[in-house]
Design a protein. Structure first.
Ligand code: GDP
Ligand code: IMO
Ligand code: MG
Length: 428
């Protein structure tokens, strides 16, 4: 298998963890390239269920090297907790590697995440409050601390002092919050440094050496296309490039190495946090309620109820374009077995103009009225289907409609949360 990027195509929680875990054994390495512990990726294998936030979903296989790339923001405490959780469950983390260039989420980033949200009032983003935005902000402002800074007390103290000169006045004067000292932070972080020292490496070199040896890499995206800082529904986005392009900058690998881009697409839509969502259904609506409860749409990271809506064709087409998708993994098709008929959004009506992709300006998107096509449901259990041919005709038609709207082939179909509950159609 050649190298591939796996990317979320909607607003996150499409089932990236499941599909990544499923295809990981075809690769020698799985690398996370952006985001942080705002992500929550679920893996279900038999009676075991794991919710991963930082560690790549390839961790379940001993012969797959899991790498946290330079584009990720790492909360060392969360990483240590996740390593401990996995080891306690009998999953080895001995091959895990973390880029020395990955930025560190500091306690003040979490404080500021909460304070900025409060400051925005009704315009808040609905962040996960994990300090993601403020950490990327400091990275760009060139006052961040990186994983390699943990390895040298002098450098840590120097970098920390520079950061605190800018951060403390904000905490104190703008938000009336407690400030930090270098001594206090080194006390906490020196313990993390000792634990994480063996994992920290020059990951770009590691990955490129693997490629030179003819090995293959799977780039695991977190969040999704509509949450991308450049291509998402700004400002209601996360602070990184979640789209396929982020895979190269977030890992230090050349573009010529990527052969396929697999978009993970849920058979309907969910969103956590604020911002526009044209096909949203109210939780009080019979169908909205059913999608939420049958789909189990509650966040892995914050436990928040996800907003649910019907499949959005213009978003699918937009994601194909922005990411250069070569393949789609359509997930949670089994959840739609509960409906007699299924409305599918095939276009938007924005001020009387029809759009089959996301309109060029946010103001238009905010006004987008979905144009629905009602398709028949299948009303039977499909969780046991293992080929496209075994699916009821109406379910096959649904898959075909997704392909037509997205403009890309559906190569994998997930019909349940377990690894086994999957139809491999044309992925390999
Ligand atoms: P991610 O963030 O994209 O990895 O997705 P999450 O793990 O946050 O949310 C996806 C949820 O759907 C998890 O609870 C998965 O176990 C579950 N899931 C994934 N694929 C399927 C599927 O095909 N059918 C059903 N019923 N559940 C699925
Ligand atoms: P996975 O990888 C769904 C959303 C938050 C908020 C916005 C910004 O599991 O799909 P942030 O804390 O990143 O500054 O929040 O992004 N968000 C996610 N929504 N799934 C995720 O990750 C998300 N990560 C962030 O709810 O709206
Ligand atoms: Mg998730």
């Amino acid at each position: 298998m050649s190298s591939a990027v796996l990317v979320g195509t909607q607003w996150g929680d499409e089932g990236k963890g499941k599909i990544c875990d499923l295809v990981a054994p075809e690769f020698d390495c799985v690398v996370r390239y952006q985001g942080g512990n705002n992500a929550g990726h679920t893996i279900v294998c038999g009676d075991k269920k794991f919710g991963l936030h930082l560690v790549p979903s390839g961790i379940m296989y001993e012969n797959v090297t899991p790498v946290i790339g330079n584009g990720v923001v790492v909360d060392p405490k969360v990483l240590i907790e996740e390593i401990d959780m996995l080891e306690n469950e009998g999953v080895s983390t001995k091959n895990l590697k973390v880029s020395g260039n990955a930025h560190i989420i500091m306690p003040y980033h979490r404080d500021l995440d909460g304070a900025f949200e409060e400051c925005l009032g009704k315009n808040n983003i609905g962040t996960t409050k994990r300090g993601i935005g403020p950490c990327y902000q400091d990275k760009m402002a060139r006052i961040g601390l990186r994983m390699q800074d943990l390895l040298d007390e002098g450098i840590f103290r120097e970098r920390c002092g520079i950061a605190l000169d800018r951060i403390n006045p904000q905490l104190e004067k703008l938000f009336n919050l407690p400030t930090y000292t270098v001594d206090q932070l080194w006390d906490e972080f020196s313990a993390y440094a000792e634990r994480l020292r063996p994992y920290i490496c020059e990951s770009s070199l590691l990955l490129n050496n693997m490629l030179e040896e003819g090995k293959s890499i799977l780039f695991e995206g977190a969040q999704a296309t509509l949450l991308d800082i450049d291509h998402g529904t700004y400002p209601y986005v996360t602070s990184s490039n979640c789209t396929a392009g982020g895979s190269v900058t977030g890992s230090g690998v050349g573009m010529k190495n990527i052969d396929r881009v697999l978009g993970i697409m849920k058979a309907y839509i969910t969103r956590v946090g604020m911002g526009p969502m044209p096909t949203e259904l109210s939780y009080d609506d019979e169908f909205g309620h059913k999608l939420t409860e049958i789909g189990g749409e509650y966040g892995v990271t914050t436990g928040r109820r996800r907003r649910c809506g019907w499949f959005d064709g213009p978003i699918a087409r937009y994601s194909t374009r922005i990411n250069g998708l070569t393949d789609i993994a359509l997930t949670k098709l089994d959840v739609l077995s509960a409906f007699d008929t299924i409305p599918v959004c095939v276009a938007y009506d924005c001020d009387g103009v029809r759009y089959t992709s996301v309109p060029e300006h946010q103001a238009l998107f905010a006004k987008a009225k979905p144009v629905y096509k009602e398709v028949p449901g299948w009303r039977e259990d499909i969780t046991g289907c293992r080929s496209y041919e075994e699916l009821p005709q109406a379910a096959r038609d649904y898959v075909d409609l997704v392909e037509e709207l997205a403009g890309c082939r559906v190569s994998i179909i997930a019909v349940g949360p377990d690894r086994e509950q999957t139809i491999m159609r044309s992925w390999n």
